[in-house]
Design a protein around this ligand. Structure first.
Ligand code: P6P
Length: 336
């Protein structure tokens, strides 16, 4: 049977379920088209002259890779003329990017990490694009959008997704009616539906964490990982496997596909960051996807999607994946 394309899926979500408006459908199709262009640029590697770093740093103080900046530009240019957005925000930009006055303004806000996992670009390991869609506050219609209009809890997201640029390029998406996966058909240049209903197994025996940060973890995380390492004879009574790709999109995609628990916990040091990952354009979209696939996502003790942001680039601890395992880790925190 002929597989559905992204457009057909979105038309059905709009017509049959009323799950997406015409503007959100255009928004997602536009972002998906931009991800195709990013996939193409990433795939060229050294042949495209796109590897390596620039002299510049982004707002996070991280050295920018050429592909970081290129991916950011591709997403900005693709989305600013369509009339579906009021503004955009990106990991690569300190402030929000309002829609230029020469274009019509819509009612949605688009946030993205244009190329997550940049440290993997030059060593040919999977990287990805993460995006989140919010609705602008009603009172913003007659005025310029401000940063505060973005500071909504992740539970208000209208849609979220990621593209993972690996052996295949895949687009994983939710509009609030479950999670679907598309594979890029490079000959036709279209995103083809290949996973109709992605579900995360509730149980797992596979954890993903950067063990080199152990000395900075809070005690509940230390106790949990010790118990995992104790294996069958330990309190969790099973042998665990470990994976760490150091590319959130790739680690989360593995969990969306076969289960697991991903952890980038808060830093226990008072001087430490609240976590490495950013709430608005990494943790929130991934948490929306994970919950829609039957998983769970917490910052240690709280549901991530309930957190009201206090800044566009706010960082947060992230523990997400198989529901029963995340709830287990939450119990370690609540018992502490
Ligand atoms: P570490 C990539 O730089 C990133 O933001 C995420 O994609 C990834 O999960 C994490 O950082 C990796 O961090 O400290 O292991 O290099």
């Amino acid at each position: 049977m002929k597989r559905k394309t992204l457009t057909q899926y979105l038309v059905e979500q709009q017509r049959l379920k009323g799950a997406v408006s015409a503007e959100v459908r255009l928004l997602i199709e536009t972002v998906a088209r931009a991800c195709k262009a990013i996939s193409h640029a990433v795939g060229k590697g050294a042949l495209g002259g796109v590897l390596g770093s620039l002299e510049s740093e982004n707002v996070q103080g991280e050295v920018q890779k050429k592909l970081d900046v290129m991916s950011n530009e591709i997403l900005l240019e693709a989305n600013e003329w369509g009339g579906h957005l009021a503004a955009m925000a990106s990991e690569e930009m300190e402030t929000i990017h309002r829609i230029p006055h020469r274009y019509p303004k819509g009612e949605y806000l688009l946030l993205f990490d244009p190329l997550d996992g940049s440290s993997n670009i030059d060593v040919n390991v999977s990287i990805g694009t993460i995006f989140s869609v919010l609705q602008a506050p009603a009172d913003a219609a007659g005025r310029d959008i401000e940063e505060k209009d973005f500071l909504q809890p992740g539970s208000r997201q209208v849609a979220a997704g990621y593209a993972v640029y690996g052996p295949q390029s895949m687009l994983v998406l939710t509009v609030g009616t479950g999670v679907v996966g598309f594979t890029l058909d490079r000959e036709m240049g279209s995103w083809v539906l290949t996973s109709e209903n992605m579900q995360i197994p509730e149980e797992t025996a596979e954890f993903a964490i950067n063990m080199s940060n152990m000395r900075h973890w809070e005690s509940p995380v230390k106790r949990y990982i010790d118990d995992c390492l104790a294996g069958k004879t330990g309190p969790l009574a099973k042998d665990y496997n470990m994976r760490w790709i150091a590319s959130m999109v790739a680690d989360v995609h593995r969990i969306m596909t076969r289960g697991g628990i991903f952890m980038y916990p808060r830093d226990a040091r008072a001087s430490g960051k609240k976590g490495k990952l950013r709430l608005m354009y990494e943790a929130n979209p991934m948490s929306f996807l994970v919950e829609q696939a039957g998983g769970a996502a917490i910052d240690g003790d709280k549901r991530i999607l309930d957190v009201t942001p206090d800044g566009l680039h706010q960082r947060i601890g992230v523990i997400l994946g198989s529901k029963n395992e995340v709830e287990r880790v939450q119990r370690y925190h609540l018992e502490d």
